[in-house]
Ligand binder design. Structure first.
Ligand SMILES: [Zn+2]
Length: 372
């Protein structure tokens, strides 16, 4: 992974309150929502051909595809490195590299609750990374456009949120590439970071992800699972209490590296508790940032030109002069085929966005929106 610090940053004040999205996404042109996409479609076959041979993937047996995380083997399998079962993370990112920093991430969106969270983050001048579900992206593309316009970072959380260790290599490709296409159609950006649903990842899944240039980002252990996803089965007070203890433990440590939490913009409850957890971290002097800042990655997308880049709390989102850089140590696809079913309005080459001062207009063109 190429890591760069932006040396020349121009602060751009974003005034996107009046942005209206006109994203040319037609739901019928995508796979069925919340289902594993078929692997025999012309589009998926083309992606598989582009990615190339997957036979080098570790031969790890597939459990029954229930959609949920599989039960853990009684004895860890050799070379499986199954994170949720044995804590083995291989080269996944599990902690924010910046010291004393909370890597703010939200999974499972966009949803109808996401705009409320975006309103809050704007008031706090905070930027987050959003792990998007492709099936939700095509239902709420305007929200994805808004996330980008307001300086947040976009990443993948698969198409249908099935446990990846239960899927075939080809199904994993279909899950990732359809999500990648949906976000690319909405924003022009090719995603680079991903979070496996349920944190369910092993070496076979990692191999396939790297073939597509993806970097997995887990979270910093069970103590940083806020368990917001259990609401309302548990109470908001439970979530706050658990998280407070985790923060206290972290603050008492050396804080030489930061942490990533598991949080969700899934519904009103998870978005509501997020607005109570964030002040707890800020009150303890912990910085809050998105993945690109945590990882000092000035190229947080595989391609797509400049994106709005978050910096640190209290600073307006900025841009960098970053250009597309293939990532990962597997062969990354050179391009994403646009297929024959969706067009991208206003799609322009990255070179058009080199001027940070043109961010507002460029971002609008990039995502095919109209400034009203
Ligand atoms: Zn999830």
């Amino acid at each position: 992974m190429v890591k760069l610090f932006a040396t020349s940053i121009t602060v751009v004040v974003l005034t996107f309150a009046a942005v209206k999205a006109q994203v040319p996404i037609v739901i019928s042109n995508y796979p069925t929502i919340n289902e594993i996409p078929p692997t025999d479609s012309p589009q998926v076959k083309a992606w598989l051909a582009e990615i190339g041979d997957l036979s080098g993937a570790p031969q790890i047996p597939l459990p029954n595809p229930t959609g949920q995380p599989p039960p853990c083997a009684k004895k860890p399998l050799a070379n499986e490195c199954h994170w949720t079962c044995d804590g083995c993370s291989a080269d996944d990112i599990t902690a924010c590299a910046a010291p004393n920093t909370w890597g703010l991430t939200f999974d499972d969106g966009p949803s109808t609750a996401t705009p409320t969270l975006l309103d809050y983050l704007k008031t706090q001048k905070l930027s987050a990374s959003f792990f998007l579900i492709g099936s939700n992206v095509i239902q709420y593309p305007q929200t994805v456009v808004r996330e980008l316009a307001e300086g947040h970072h976009l990443a993948s959380h698969t198409w249908s949120h099935h446990a990846l260790t239960t899927l075939t290599n080809e199904q994993i490709v279909a899950e990732m590439k359809w999500t990648e296409k949906a976000v690319m159609d909405a924003t022009g950006l090719k995603l680079k970071y991903m979070r496996p649903p349920y944190g369910d990842i092993n070496n076979r899944v990692r191999y396939v992800l790297k073939k597509m240039g993806y970097i997995p980002v887990d979270w910093t252990g069970d103590q940083f699972d806020t368990t917001d996803w259990k609401l309302p089965t548990i109470t908001e007070a439970n979530v706050i209490s658990t998280f407070t203890k985790s923060l206290d433990t972290y603050v008492a440590g050396n804080k030489t590296q930061g942490f990533y939490c598991l949080e969700h913009d899934l519904n009103k409850l998870t978005v509501g508790v997020a607005q109570k957890l964030i002040p707890l971290g800020l009150a303890k002097g912990i910085k809050i940032s998105s993945i690109p800042v945590c990882e000092s990655d000035a190229s947080p997308y595989q391609s797509g030109g400049n994106a709005t880049m978050p910096t640190v709390p209290g600073i307006t989102p900025t841009t960098t002069s970053a250009t597309a850089v293939p990532s990962g140590n597997a062969t990354a696809p050179s391009s994403t085929k646009t297929g024959n079913n969706t067009t991208v309005a206003g799609k322009t080459s990255a070179a058009s966005y080199q001027s940070a001062g043109l961010l507002t207009a460029a971002a609008a063109a990039l995502v095919g929106v109209v400034l009203a």
